[in-house]
Design a protein. Sequence first.
Lengths: 206, 138
Amino acid sequence: MIITLIDIILLTFMGATAFAILRLRSLFAVVMLSGIYSLLAASMFVSLDAVDVAFTEAAVGAGISTVLMMAVLALTGERERLPARTPILPLVVVTLTGAALFYATFEMPAFGDANAPVNLHVAPHYLKNSFAEVGLPNVVTSILASYRGYDTLGEVTVIFTAGVAVMLLLGGRKGDDAGIKREPADDAGNADSGDDDDRDTRGGAA
Amino acid sequence: MRHHRVLRIISKLLIPFIMLFALYVQFHGDFGPGGGFQAGVIFASAFILYGLIFGLENVRKVAPPAVVTRLIAAGVLLYAGTGYAGLFGGGNFLDYSVLRADPVAGQHLGIMVIEFGVGTTVAATMITIFFLFAGRDR
């Protein structure tokens, strides 16, 4: 009963935050509200007994994403421009998709149903045998790091790829580490002139 | 933010505890909520806080970008290397049971090592992204 009440309150707050994010044009306020939304989502995960997910959401979504978005905000403007025209078609698409998803929830098994397909496949094996096989009290860690270690390797590779992609996009010149501008007296000037030379040659060839 | 004395003093006090908490989350993930992902983010947030308060130049002295960018790859290599260690030990890829004589002890060792790899990559990636965003010319 209490849990249901907390869920309803959290969901109301999440809805209000999402609506405010939609309506506001001040990007600073939007970044702050996104952090609040993540924190509410993390609270929702705690209410669903998924503390590991909640921890990640709080640390990544509410914490570091907000700071990174603030850093981005320093590079862009503070206000979002008004859209040129009213987006009718996207609104229809989003409403229809949302309605379809909402309709699909009626077919879903009840939350925590022991006979739900997701709880009948490998989950019972993990819950019964993970302590004997892996020896960790936290089943989540056993699954993430051992049973599903290959998936987690993929996730780490995704983080790695994200880091490399950001370095490629924003990293600056060749030879720089993480876009650090060297001292002007250093070889930065030489690298620049080298780039120019390359461009000149290519221009000449064309 | 160099002139904000309260922020400077409070963050100086907080940063060691943030790092300690990150290490706790890192190595206590086997027993409670947490693990490499969360620990890496918390550890990176200590550096980001330092960078926000004391300036990018100073945090680059503490965490040289040349080192941090290499740590991104080092974490993935540590993880994959543990996988190969299982392979060479006679098991499957990422099978930690063969790392030690006792399978459960092997599992424990393997999970600790790969979680450390995850934490390293996540922390280094977050710090690098912060460096790149914050260090970009206006």
